[in-house]
Each structure stands twice: as structure tokens, then as C-alpha cells.
Design a protein around this ligand. Structure first.
Ligand code: TEU
Ligand code: CA
Length: 564
């Protein structure tokens, strides 16, 4: 298929630079550290790196608060380091997709510094400034009741001009006002600047939130006294108009992979964001499957809970996305990222006897689907959740804020309950240092240096060096899955059909392209399950996470794929 865009046959690897590799011994991952490990990624066989933000930032939210879009964060190195990394990646045939964080900037960005100075300044309308009110008892009240994603009000009062500014995330992440055409043109200019440098695409942070209902109506009140901004912001009134404009102005002039982070995107919305006519983006990250646990049982406070999504529920969601986007929009495929717990802990089985098998099973289940798979750093090693034992070990602004609100102020949760929730959903689970070897600090930074966040103590057994030395490792299994995708068009193009949808234990599907049928069966339990999928036609074995597939059954956490 010659006119298939390259990103439909690609496998993406997400690098979270702060936690990947520290080249200069300050305990913080950096760009040279990434460059030094590009050979490792080439060996894995990935096509593209999605690089979480490396721009100048005061790091309130680890780089998702940008103070200069055209400069590299001091801790990560220099623009020369960046250029060398990009050149070396391209030599190895690896493309680099940047993170576009344009819903908000840092409050230390020059635009905001100017904006907050006066009500009439040139940059005032780059952000959302509104009057508040004063309660009878003299308390200042914000312009509306919206809750910030990171707890508390989504508005912050600013003395200088006696107005409030909107921040859907932390107080140091003021929302840009996309209604202002100058904001949009500044963002497009900046994107062109990076594209002209040779970057290969964009992962667009919270792109589904950039357009707000300008009336800023109050949201439905929650038990904490704040209202939900969802209906007025998520997939907001002008979001598709803005993206089509961005596409005309920037994207269509380059050969890019674009993926929008679209929490709250329904199938219908995704068909617009990722329309096959190329008018907006290549694909979106939908959130339905990673949010599925939210009702099983309901969380204790906001997103904080201890639920676990059942396989049939996850299957119903992802099967639906497979079937309903077919031919109309392209899927992205992911189990985890820097905002989500580790997939082997959350969806698989991290107990030592099942960790490797279940990690391989999860990988198979996802990588044989239609779409573009994303691997989050360390997933190819089966890295697990950290299991934090105190707030002092946590670094994420989201965790720190919810602790102060739910434990310290409102006493909604005990410290033990909160830590239990962290075990299940804290973002820091994904942000512990990459485990390179069994030396001090897992080889992430030198012995004697304190990493910015503690290493997961299981690095002595779970690390890249051990994986590379073991032909049966999760690493080599991912390598084979990537290889299969590169070599078999049916994995890109085959029509997806769910199988055994009544099974409580087996997630199965096939892919068909008119000539061949690929059959995938995954046992999501730790016990052997009868399975008649291959009774009538065995086919040729393509990949299996056991040395030997046994006819008529799927062994515990077995994944088996055939072609006929
Ligand atoms: O995430 C936004 C988002 O919708 C979530 O995944 C969010 O982190 C989670 O719901 C919090 O509970 C993006 C980035 O990926 C994240 O790292 C940033 O913190 C956030 O935007 C703000 O830029
Ligand atoms: Ca460093």
C-alpha cells in the first residue's frame, strides 16, 4: 500500500526526559542522556519518539508549564544538544514528535508576565481575565465555580489589576485565550519554527480543551463545592474550527504525525479530530479505556480511587473503537503514558510469577489491533508501579495538591487511603527513573547522586541490561511485535472483528484482508482456559508468549497469534 502514510505503519515510543537518563550526574534526565540511548531504541525497532516537553520551564508540572517555546530547559541541556539528538535519531531512521502544550503557558512566560501588568496592555487578551465578586463577609469570590484539574478553584486572584485569571491546571499554568487570533498566530509561528528545524510531528496536550464557551457558565456542583467545567470546555464550541485553521496554516505544509490528547472525546468527536480526509489531526488519544475503572467501584474523591476495570469492560470499549473508527478515522493504541499507572500493574499481573507473561499478553492484545501503538518508556521492560509509602516520596503537583485538600483540609481520606489511591492511579508511578541496569540508581544517574524521584527498588531484577541478556525477555517480545507490524500489512490494514465476546476470560479478535486471517487470543487470567478458536483451522503460529501453545486451551496469561 504505497499511499499509506508512514505513521500508520509506525510504532511510537514515548520518552519522558526527566526520568529517562541523566548524562551529567545532577539526578535529572536530559537530552544527552536520550541521545546516548538512541541505539537502544533503534534495537527495539521503534520508528518514532514522542518527546514529552523539553522547553524552558519552571517545572511546576514537569515541563507542561512552558515559559519559552523556543528554548530548551536548562536542566535538559542546550539547543545544540537538541539538534544533535534530532540528527542522530534521523540517522538511525527514528523520527521525533514534539509535545505541543498550547492550552496554557507557564505564568513565567513573557506573554503572561506582560498580561498581568495592566488591564489594557498588549498581551492582556492572551489569557482569560475576569472580575470576581465579594461575598457579604468580605471574602473574594472567583468569576465562576470551576474546579481545577489539580484541585481547588480554576481561578486565581491577581492583586496587580484586581482581576482573576483562569487556570484549568495548576495556578502556574494560565490558560491561553484561543479566541484571540494573535494567540493562534503566535502558536502557529512557533510550530513552523520547529517544523522547519526538522521535527516530525506533534503530540498535542489537552487539545480538546482549547476552546471555551466564552460565557464561562458555572458547572454542576460537586461535594467539594466546585463545579465541573466539562460541558463548557471539553470539545468546546470552536475546537474543530481552530484545528482546521492550524491544519491549513501549519500542518498541511509538512509531512507530520499529529496526535491530539483528547480526554472526553467520544467516537463521534474522534471522527472529526482524526478525520480520514486529513483536515484536522492524524489521530487522537481517547481516554475511555484508561478511565474505565472509574466506576468499578466509584472513586473516593475526584479521580482518586482503588477500582480496577474488568477485562470485559476494557474489551467492550476498545473493540468498539476498533469497529467504529474503521475507515473513517485512525486509532492510537496505548495502555499507559506519563499520566497513567504502569500497565502491567493496572491491567496485568505484577506478581513475580506472572509479570513477564502478563506484560507480553497485554502487548500482544494491543499491538495486533488496528491503529498506531504507543510504548511508554520502561513498558518494554515490564516496569511496575512504585508503591509510594509517604507524600514525601511524591513529586507530582497533582498528588501534592489532592493530599493537601483531601487529607489535610477536608479530611475526606486518611493518609493510608490516599496512599492506596496513589498505588492505583498516581502519575508518579510512571515517572520513576528508567531502569537501565542493576547498579546504584538503576544506572539512571551515577552512584552517590540523588535522583529527582526515587528509583523503584525492583530495579535489581527489572532492568534493561537484564532484558537485553535474556532472549525470552519482554524487550525482545516487543521487538518481535514491532517487526511483525513492519512486515505484515494485515496488521495495519486488516478489518477488525471481535470474537468470543461472551468470554469472561479471553479477549479474542481477528483481522482479515480478503486473503488472510490473523487470529489473536489472549487469556487475561492466571488459570488455564479452554479455547476452541483454532479447532477448525490451526493456521501458522506468528507469536506466542509461551514456548509451546497447547491445542484446545490458553495457558495462564497466554497470548497466541496465528495467520491463515
Ligand atoms: O494531561 C491532561 C489530562 O487530561 C490528564 O491525563 C491529566 O494529567 C490527568 O487527568 C490528571 O488527573 C496533560 C499532560 O499529559 C499532563 O502531564 C499535564 O499535567 C496536563 O496535560 C497539563 O498540561
Ligand atoms: Ca542531568
Amino acid at each position: 500500500m504505497s499511499n499509506t502514510p508512514w505513521w500508520k505503519k509506525s510504532v511510537i515510543y514515548q520518552v519522558y526526559p526527566r526520568s529517562f537518563a541523566d548524562s551529567n550526574g545532577d539526578g535529572i534526565g536530559d537530552i544527552k542522556g536520550i541521545t546516548e540511548h538512541l541505539d537502544y531504541l533503534a534495537k527495539l525497532g521503534i520508528d518514532v519518539i514522542w518527546l514529552s516537553p523539553v522547553y524552558q520551564s519552571p517545572n511546576d508540572d514537569n515541563g507542561y508549564d512552558i515559559s519559552d517555546y523556543r528554548a530548551i530547559m536548562d536542566e535538559f541541556g542546550t539547543m545544540d544538544d537538541f539538534d544533535r539528538m534530532l540528527a542522530r535519531a534521523h540517522e538511525l531512521g527514528i523520527r521525533i514528535v514534539m509535545d505541543l502544550v498550547a492550552n496554557h503557558t507557564s505564568d513565567e512566560h513573557a506573554w503572561f508576565v506582560e498580561s498581568r501588568k495592566s488591564r489594557t496592555g498588549e498581551y492582556r487578551d492572551f489569557y482569560w481575565w475576569r472580575d470576581g465578586s465579594v461575598a457579604p463577609d468580605g471574602t473574594r469570590l472567583p468569576p465562576n465555580n470551576w474546579r481545577s484539574v489539580f484541585s481547588g478553584s480554576a481561578w486565581k486572584y491577581d492583586e496587580a489589576t484586581d482581576q482573576w485569571y483562569l487556570h484549568l491546571f495548576s495556578t502556574k499554568q494560565p490558560d491561553l485565550n484561543w479566541e484571540n487570533p494573535r494567540v493562534r498566530s503566535e502558536i502557529y509561528d512557533m510550530m513552523r519554527w520547529w517544523c522547519n528545524k526538522g521535527v516530525d510531528g506533534w503530540r498535542m496536550d489537552v487539545i480538546s480543551l482549547i476552546s471555551k464557551n466564552v460565557a464561562l457558565p458555572n458547572g454542576e456542583l460537586g461535594p467539594d463545592g466546585y463545579g465541573d467545567f466539562g460541558p463548557y470546555v471539553v470539545n468546546g464550541p470552536r475546537v474543530h474550527e481552530f484545528l482546521r485553521e492550524m491544519n491549513r496554516e501549519v500542518l498541511s505544509h509538512y509531512d507530520l504525525l499529529t496526535v491530539g490528547e483528547a480526554s472526553g472525546a467520544t467516537i463521534e468527536e474522534a471522527k472529526r479530530y482524526a478525520a480520514a480526509d486529513g483536515s484536522e489531526l492524524s489521530m487522537v488519544f481517547q481516554f475511555e479505556h484508561v478511565d474505565a475503572w472509574l466506576n468499578e467501584p466509584a472513586p473516593l474523591v475526584d479521580k482518586w480511587g482503588v477500582g480496577r476495570a474488568s477485562m470485559p469492560r476494557l474489551r467492550a470499549i476498545l473493540n468498539k473503537w476498533q469497529v467504529e473508527l474503521a475507515g473513517q478515522a485512525w486509532n492510537s493504541l496505548y495502555w499507559n503514558n506519563h499520566d497513567q499507572p504502569r500497565c502491567v500493574s493496572r491491567f496485568g499481573d505484577e506478581r513475580p510469577e506472572w509479570r513477564v507473561l502478563s506484560a507480553k499478553m497485554l502487548a500482544t492484545c494491543l499491538h495486533m489491533m488496528q491503529g498506531t501503538p504507543y510504548i511508554y518508556q520502561g513498558e518494554e521492560l515490564g516496569m511496575t508501579n512504585k508503591h509510594f509509602t509517604s507524600l514525601e516520596e511524591c513529586r507530582d503537583v497533582e498528588e501534592i495538591n489532592i493530599w493537601h485538600q483531601a487529607v489535610d483540609e477536608l479530611h475526606q481520606l486518611t493518609p493510608e487511603q490516599m496512599l492506596d489511591c496513589f498505588d492505583h492511579v498516581a502519575r508518579d508511578n510512571a515517572r520513576t527513573p528508567m531502569q537501565w541496569d542493576d547498579m546504584a540508581n538503576a544506572g539512571f544517574c551515577p552512584d552517590g547522586v540523588e535522583p529527582w524521584i526515587d528509583v523503584n527498588p525492583n530495579y535489581q531484577t527489572i532492568n534493561a541490561a537484564a532484558a537485553l541478556a535474556d532472549p525470552d525477555s519482554i524487550f525482545y517480545y516487543y521487538q518481535r511485535l514491532i517487526d511483525l507490524r513492519h512486515n505484515l500489512d494485515i496488521i495495519t490494514d486488516g478489518v477488525f472483528r471481535p470474537l468470543l465476546e461472551e468470554s469472561e476470560a479471553i479477549w479474542a479478535y481477528e483481522r482479515a484482508d480478503g486473503e488472510h486471517v490473523l487470529t489473536v487470543g489472549c487469556n487475561w487470567t492466571d488459570v488455564e482456559q479452554p479455547c476452541d478458536l483454532w479447532d477448525s483451522n490451526a493456521g501458522e503460529a506468528l507469536i506466542c508468549n509461551y514456548a509451546q501453545h497447547k491445542p484446545g486451551v490458553l495457558q495462564p496469561y497466554e497470548a497466541y497469534v496465528t495467520l491463515r
